[in-house]
Design a protein around this ligand. Structure first.
Ligand SMILES: Cc1cc2nc3c(=O)[nH]c(=O)nc-3n(C[C@H](O)[C@H](O)[C@H](O)COP(=O)(O)OP(=O)(O)OC[C@H]3O[C@@H](n4cnc5c(N)ncnc54)[C@H](O)[C@@H]3O)c2cc1C
Length: 222
């Protein structure tokens, strides 16, 4: 059943990523890592729902989404980026295969980090982040979402960043590839959580499988 909720606040967390805090319908439950289809409750937009991931704690009074705004075409995220406080969204039921299944390596590209934000925030609240490492790839340092918070949650040693475009002193400028995974990952006998564009997920899963990770240890949205 669709739920109509109001936007309570919005703020840019990078140059093109906006955090939306919205009302939480009574009894609306999700598991950290899950997403829902979201539409804008306006005549031209009601039928164009898009999936976005909850980033708030499961115990929060409000829901939160962290959304990359594509300003270059007239899509849903561009319109979302223009909405004022009080505008209405339509949420559907939560779905998604990415849920926490034990300590491991979280590998994300761009906004693919959102399910891991939800999972890591929840683990942090329960003091259970031990054994978790996040490896994130972005184009540049300026594209990293919630950098300070993720450093606080995981510490520098367990929050690793890879930049594909702009050189930033002190950080590796490269792609996540086989050589990098061999160099960074000590133990391939653990859970691997992978999220990002479809090709990224299939490439990383392929590399992990070829390095001996069992298919049951891979957690991703198929
Ligand atoms: C399960 C799931 C969870 C997700 N969670 C999140 C999340 O938490 N946060 C988040 O930011 N994203 C998330 N996404 C991705 C998000 O759903 C898409 O970014 C969103 O649907 C884009 O909607 P849009 O209408 O603005 O763009 P669309 O029109 O649907 O276009 C999508 C892609 O095509 C490109 N594109 C299409 N047409 C044009 C054009 N004419 N010119 C230029 N580029 C074009 C866009 O750059 C973009 O990459 C998630 C996706 C899935 C599957």
């Amino acid at each position: 059943m669709p739920h109509v909720v109001r936007i309570i606040s919005t703020v840019f967390v990078t140059h093109d990523v906006k955090r939306f805090v919205v009302e939480r319908p009574v009894g609306y439950k999700f598991t950290p890592g899950q997403a829902t289809d979201v539409a804008i409750n306006e005549d031209l937009w009601r039928d164009r729902s898009r999936p976005f991931t909850f980033t708030n704690l499961p115990t929060s009074k409000r829901l939160e989404f962290v959304i990359k705004i594509y300003d270059d075409h007239e899509g849903v995220t561009k319109r979302l980026g223009q909405l004022p406080i009080g505008a209405e969204l339509i949420l559907h039921e939560p779905f998604g295969a990415i849920t926490y299944q034990g300590p491991g390596y979280f590998i994300a590209a761009g906004t693919g980090v959102t399910p891991f934000i939800a999972i890591l925030r929840d683990l942090h609240r329960r003091r259970k982040t031990k054994g978790c490492t996040l490896l994130l790839t972005n184009r540049t340092f300026h594209d990293v979402i919630l950098d300070e918070e993720l450093i606080r949650i995981l510490g520098d040693q367990h929050f690793l960043k890879v930049f594909t475009r702009q050189g930033v002193i002190g950080f590796t400028e490269r792609h996540i590839d086989r050589d990098l995974l061999v160099a960074l990952v000590q133990d391939f006998n653990q859970k691997f959580y992978v999220c990002g564009p479809e090709k990224f997920v299939s490439d990383i899963n392929g590399i992990l499988l070829s390095l001996g990770v069992s298919s049951q240890s891979l957690v991703f949205e198929s």
